[in-house]
Design a protein around this ligand. Structure first.
Ligand code: C5P
Length: 248
């Protein structure tokens, strides 16, 4: 039942999930460098994430070009009124991206409008809700008027996203288990905040190793700087895949 629901919602079958479970964040401002990374890393069977930096540098045409070559997660985190978000989802889906996301904090009406727009698209993207940024800790959450733990808020937002029939959430690896336990059916978790045990966390707060995220039941892992800033990005990606139990 769960697999059916997943494929009905997004047009991607469960079989697809055995590949591209590692998504590399192309956080670079030079489209040429992004092309090089895609060329070098694509043979490993991984997906790619385009965020604000590269989107603003390369524009929608560049995203469409990449989406014609590999699976693209367009990470623009829409957060606006329902009508505006629905229009943005339509425009993003027309670029034939694999995944895109909106902020769960935009609320029920906005999430429903986003879902409806995604469902009507010719190329139905996987639609994710961003919960709590992986850079935020409990203290920072309190400062923004959200008392309580990040995990509780992630679960609350994940339930809301599921009620609005989104396909899954972006959360930290520390919240994979609570989300999987609290949200019924197959509901995808996409997790940034992935670091090797010995690595510098940078601005990320809620982190885990690739193996830890997979053990917790994570579906897709997003890794940026540990790969894009490595002396040998292919070797770095291979080592992360190996930690995930995928040998390529
Ligand atoms: O370089 P690093 O591995 O920290 O990259 C993580 C990527 O995931 C960045 O592109 C960041 O924007 C994104 N992201 C995140 N936390 C979220 C959603 C997206 O770190 N909640």
């Amino acid at each position: 039942m769960t697999g059916d629901r997943y494929s009905k919602r997004s047009g991607h079958s469960n079989k697809d999930r055995s590949i591209e479970r590692l998504i590399v964040a192309l956080d670079v401002s030079d489209p040429g460098r992004a092309r090089e990374l895609v060329e070098a890393l694509s043979p490993l069977g991984i997906g790619f994430k385009v965020g604000l930096e590269l989107f603003l540098a390369g524009g929608p045409q560049f995203v469409e070009e990449l989406a014609g070559r590999c699976r693209i997660f367009l990470d623009l985190k829409f957060h606006d009124i329902p009508n505006t978000v629905a229009a943005a989802v339509r425009s993003a889906a027309s670029l034939k991206v694999w995944m895109l996301n909106v902020h769960a904090a935009g609320g029920r009406k906005m999430l429903a409008a986003a879902r409806e727009a995604a469902e009507k698209a010719d190329h139905r993207p996987i639609l994710l809700a961003v919960t709590v940024l992986t850079s935020m800790d409990d203290q920072e959450m309190a400062e923004t008027g959200c008392p309580g733990s990040a995990a509780d808020r992630v679960v609350r937002l994940a339930r809301l996203a599921e009620e609005c029939s989104l396909d899954g959430v972006v959360c930290s690896p520390l919240e994979i288990s609570p989300v999987k336990e609290s949200v019924p059916g197959h509901f995808i978790t996409v997790t940034p905040g992935i670091r090797a045990a010995e690595e510098d966390a940078g601005d990320q707060s809620r982190i885990a190793t690739p193996a830890g995220a997979i053990r917790a039941g994570g579906d897709y892992l997003v890794v940026g700087r540990p790969i894009t800033r490595a002396a040998d990005p292919v070797e770095a990606a291979r080592s992360i895949l190996a930690d995930m139990g995928i040998n390529r």
